[in-house]
Design a protein around this ligand. Structure first.
Ligand code: NDP
Length: 248
């Protein structure tokens, strides 16, 4: 069988669990080699061995995307192992919700540092080999909250809006090198991040989703695969909402 991403190497930040893990498995099924990072070593190790048991070549390293030194060490190891990076998925992200009036500087900084500065550091550390190869696919995972805003999420919305602006700029700066950069803006996807929503809030959220159900990680990973595939070669600087119609 012809697999779509045979001989390609993919870096996925936050690939140990949640949406990032689903993305890793979708690429692995299509023959790609995978590098994942995150801050939880045991989760990364477990996911890496699950991927290996499916015949995938995997590299993992504990790295906090908001720390430059961690990112550089991770990138060095990725390039040592794979020699090139075809696809980068900036997926690592956190939420620390609070109304603005109560939001601490620490809550603001941690979300901006991981969700936005993290994507900057990782992209910067891996863009040179893509430039050299005259090929690259960068897919950044933002959120519909970065488009619509949301009560209690000033930090998160700012980070995801920032990620959209960042991505559009990367798309322009590197287009002549055949490097595309696109954004996926998921709506509500069932993962640990949304696990703790109370039932009342869930019902309220469902009322805003025309398709009437919460998304799953595979809905996002399928969209990532599309944007990384040959079928999307003429698409760059775009935001694809995977949200059941929340943003129309
Ligand atoms: P999870 O909380 O399930 O997973 C978050 C991932 O990010 C984990 O793999 C975690 O790894 C990693 N991560 C967190 N902090 C860091 C850090 N400092 N350095 C490196 N990795 C880190 O979230 P989801 O899977 O739901 O979210 C994935 C992405 O999708 C995020 O960017 C999120 O904002 C976005 N998103 C999610 C939505 C949803 O409804 N679930 C909706 C819209 C967007 P570790 O624990 O090892 O650090």
């Amino acid at each position: 069988m012809n697999r779509l991403f045979e001989n390609q190497s993919i870096v996925i930040t936050g690939g140990g669990r949640g949406i990032g893990k689903a993305i890793a498995f979708s690429f692995a099924e299509q023959g790609a080699s995978i590098a994942i990072c995150g801050t939880n070593e045991s989760i990364l190790k477990e996911t890496a061995s699950e991927l290996e048991s499916k015949g995938c070549v995997v590299m993992w390293k504990k790295a906090d995307v908001s720390i430059k030194e961690d990112v550089e060490n991770f990138s060095d190891e990725v390039l040592k192992k794979f020699d090139k990076v075809d696809i980068l998925v900036n997926n690592a992200g956190i939420a620390r919700d609070n109304l603005l009036i109560r939001m601490s500087e620490e809550e603001w900084n941690s979300v901006l540092n991981i969700n936005l500065k993290g994507a900057f550091l990782v992209t910067k550390s891996l863009i040179r080999p893509m430039m050299k190869a005259h090929y690259g696919r960068i897919i950044n995972i933002a959120s519909v909250i970065g488009i619509r805003g949301n009560m209690g999420q000033a930090n998160y919305a700012a980070s995801k809006s920032g990620l959209i602006g960042f991505s559009k700029t990367i798309a322009r700066e590197f287009a002549t090198r055949n490097i595309t950069c696109n954004v996926i803006a998921p709506g509500y996807i069932q993962t640990e991040m949304t696990h703790n929503l109370d039932e009342k809030l869930k019902t309220k959220i469902l009322e805003q989703i025309p398709l009437g159900f919460l998304g799953e990680s595979c809905d996002v990973s399928e969209a990532v695969l599309f944007l990384a595939s040959k079928s999307a070669r003429y698409i760059t600087g775009q935001v694809l909402c995977v949200d059941g119609g929340m943003v129309i």
